[in-house]
Design a binder for this molecule. Structure first.
Ligand code: ADP
Ligand code: MG
Length: 694
């Protein structure tokens, strides 16, 4: 494969457009894409025609609007190009209206109460800023049209719409602040470079584990004696079977224009990471969705299964998705790049303060942004950032901010003279010094922030739209403040004053130490920072009065949309935990208990109570079995009781606080039998099999 020849060849990219479209149409479409504008309807017909010709050349028979419903993941409904002439002949048709808008029968998508099933109509509309692409199989291909999904009354029924709105708000608000400090720009965008972690296990084992198939994680399994203890997996040699998989994946990803660049082993056995070169957040999010969609198929063709769950195995690291995020102007100024002249460094410090202010005020919303049912097992488990949101800045920037706060500097030069370092070397210093702390949930890493607490299975729309929203709100506030100060002060003095004021109010959110330590939990509580341990608690933040007000003001969510999202997430959380409970019960009833009883027969345990008559080993077995049976019965009663409630919030709350702990209580008991039964009697592959035997 030659990357240059493969890259984006299955997308309707700028080169194809230039070749297939009349000059004027091409120029208009290019503007639409580059400026994130709405499609000019006068060119839609010509564009649809060109796309059809291009797609037919590649054996495409169907097209589909591709969108991201609230229920996570992606959705698509295929329609063929087939059309029949009045006189009976057959031809291929793809009109402007088919390209631009479609009406999937969407009654089965969750809407969180926005629509009732009898008025289920919603429509999808082409997001022309994200290129149309083709996915081909052995006998033909399908044309995919990245789309938003909206109800007829205009409410967003997807995750892309609010993300696009948040980018629009960020653009608008940032431009105002930049304008005030003398920087003109066409457009401001946020960038996203997501590092995707995942497990890749043998598919034969996967297929023997109903828990992995139905819930994404192992509900039983004693820790492997080895696990990740030898620390020999991280950056180790990638096994050839996995490299072959990655090559296939990269070839497909490149053809779709996904700019993958990094691949390596992660900390846990069978755990890997891939990362693309960053793109604008909308495209980066689409590409991550697409990647997660194509990975399972490719893995299966290699006899492998991808696990995106945040914590598939107890006792070894889980998976995250480091969300590298920055803001830049389309002319190329990265607002988190310190630059090497006076003005850019001051601007840089201003934007750092903007982010601190955003997270000090709305860290709880950032916590809500990473509320995913699987993430609860990972956050704070000494392998991933805690559920407490704080910001890592590194000592260099923190020093500068401390000086600005305490000293009387009204220009950068006098500050420079008081520092031990030469501020002109700031960019190099930061690149070298900021990536050491891997424990922070939100770390400044040289010219971007790395939001590390995001879960591996999550859609990136949510964390990014929330980030964009709270930062936009902070920018709005800062613009107002700066404007006021500039009435009486020279611009640069006013900027320094604003930085000082913001920092003194938000420095409690800065934490450069070890986020995994217990001391931090105590310290954070003293500082008054929230510690929202579960997804259930985190989700409650979304529907607080102030949150609703903020999202409305920033024009990202209406109250109705926000509550709808909350409803969908809560329903999802509760339902998933009920599935976890029932899956474990099924495994116990159908395989584990019979296997234990079979073993008991072999070794001659004929009754499980009245232990006295058995020798010690048998006695232990019998005792453990009684405990297993008691806990199993308790779990069954609990699941039945919780399930019978008709309130989603109550189901989710009790799922998190009662069912999940009950599931965990069974784990060591089941692990006891897993260890003590002869392996040919044990019905499921163990952690040793899945993680080490390949
Ligand atoms: P690592 O964290 O493994 O050391 P990097 O931090 O260099 O790797 O890169 C991780 C991701 O960050 C990549 O996807 C990269 O494209 C992305 N990235 C780099 N610069 C930026 C930026 N300015 N904005 C957003 N993402 C970025
Ligand atoms: Mg990184």
């Amino acid at each position: 494969m030659q990357i240059r020849k493969t890259f984006a060849k299955n997308t309707f990219n700028l080169d194809v457009m230039r070749e297939k479209l009349p000059g004027k149409v091409f120029e208009k479409l290019k503007r639409t894409i580059q400026h994130g504008e709405n499609l000019d309807t006068s060119i839609a017909e010509a564009v649809a025609h060109a796309i059809k010709e291009w797609a037919l050349d590649q054996g495409v028979t169907h097209f589909a609007h591709w969108f991201h419903p609230l229920s996570r993941g992606t959705a698509e409904k295929h329609d063929s190009f087939l059309s029949i002439h009045e006189n009976g002949g057959v031809f291929e048709r793809f009109s402007a209206s088919q390209l631009v808008q479609a009406e999937p029968d969407a009654s089965s998508f969750p809407s969180g109460g926005i629509r009732t099933t009898f008025e289920a109509r919603g429509y999808t509309a082409w997001d022309s800023t994200s290129p149309v692409f083709i996915i081909s199989g052995e006998n033909g291909g399908t044309l995919f049209i990245p789309s938003v999904f909206i109800s007829y009354s205009g409410e967003a029924l997807d995750t892309k719409t609010p993300l696009l709105r948040s980018m629009k708000t960020l653009d608008r608000e940032t431009k105002k602040l930049l304008d005030l400090i003398g920087i003109r720009t066409e457009r401001v965008i946020s960038n996203l470079g997501p590092e995707q972690e995942f497990f890749l296990i043998d598919r034969d084992y996967y297929l023997q584990r109903p828990d992995l198939i139905l819930t994404g994680r192992t509900l039983i399994g004693g820790e492997s004696p080895r696990g990740q203890k030898l620390e020999d997996h991280y950056f180790g040699t990638i096994p050839s079977r996995v490299v072959t998989f990655m090559r296939d994946l990269e070839e497909k990803a490149y053809s779709l224009g996904i700019p993958l660049t990094t691949r390596h082993n992660e900390v846990a056995p069978r755990q890997y990471e891939i990362a693309p070169i960053y793109e604008d957040t909308n495209l980066g999010t689409d590409h991550n969705h697409l990647l997660m969609e194509i990975m399972p198929d490719i893995a299966r063709s290699h006899g492998l299964e991808v696990l995106f769950h945040e914590k598939p195995f107890k006792g070894i690291n889980g998976s995250g998705k480091h969300n590298n995020w920055s803001i830049q102007t389309v002319e190329g100024i990265n607002l988190f790049d310190p630059g090497d002249d006076y003005d850019s460094q001051l601007r840089f410090m201003l934007f750092i303060s903007v982010v601190l202010n955003a997270i000090m005020k709305n860290g709880h919303l950032l916590r809500a942004a990473i509320a995913a049912p699987g993430n609860d097992f990972r956050l704070g488990a000494n392998e991933a950032p805690p559920a407490i949101v704080s910001v890592f800045l590194g000592s260099t920037i923190t020093d500068i901010l401390d000086r600005i706060e305490s000293g009387d500097y009204n220009d950068w030069e006098s500050l420079d003279k008081s520092m031990e370092i030469d501020l002109h070397e700031l960019p190099d210093l930061l690149i070298g010094n900021t990536d050491r702390n891997r424990t922070s949930p939100f770390a400044f890493t040289g010219n971007k922030f790395e939001f590390r607490a995001v879960g591996s299975s999550q859609s990136l729309s949510i964390p990014n739209l929330i980030l964009n929203t709270i930062v936009s709100s902070s920018i709005t506030e800062v613009t107002k403040l700066l404007k006021k100060k500039m009435k009486t002060m020279e611009k640069n003095v006013a900027i320094l004053e604003v930085i000082k004021e913001l920092y003194s109010k938000s420095k409690n959110i800065v934490f450069n130490g070890d986020n995994y330590s217990q001391d931090w939990v105590v310290e954070a509580e003293k500082r008054g920072l929230p510690n929202l341990r579960t997804s259930f608690d985190a989700l409650q933040q979304l529907i607080k009065k102030d949150s609703i007000k903020l999202f409305e003001k920033m024009e990202v969510f209406s109250k109705k949309e926000l509550i709808a999202r909350y409803n969908v997430d809560i329903h999802h959380l509760g339902t998933l935990i009920l599935i976890e409970g029932n899956t474990l019960l099924n495994m116990l009833d159908s395989e584990i208990v019979p296997a234990i009883l079979e073993y008991f027969q072999i070794i001659g345990i004929s009754e499980v109570s009245g232990l006295v008559s058995f020798d010690k080993i048998k006695g232990n077995h019998a005792e453990m079995f009684e405990e297993l049976y008691t806990k199993l019965t308790e779990l069954r009663e609990l699941v039945t009781e919780v399930k019978s409630q008709d309130d989603d919030v109550e189901i989710a709350r009790r799922g998190v606080s009662e069912i999940r702990p009950a599931i965990e209580e069974l784990r060591p008991i089941v692990a006891y039998f897993e260890r003590n039964l002869p392996s040919d009697l044990w019905p499921y592959p163990t952690y040793v099999d899945i993680l080490h035997r390949y």
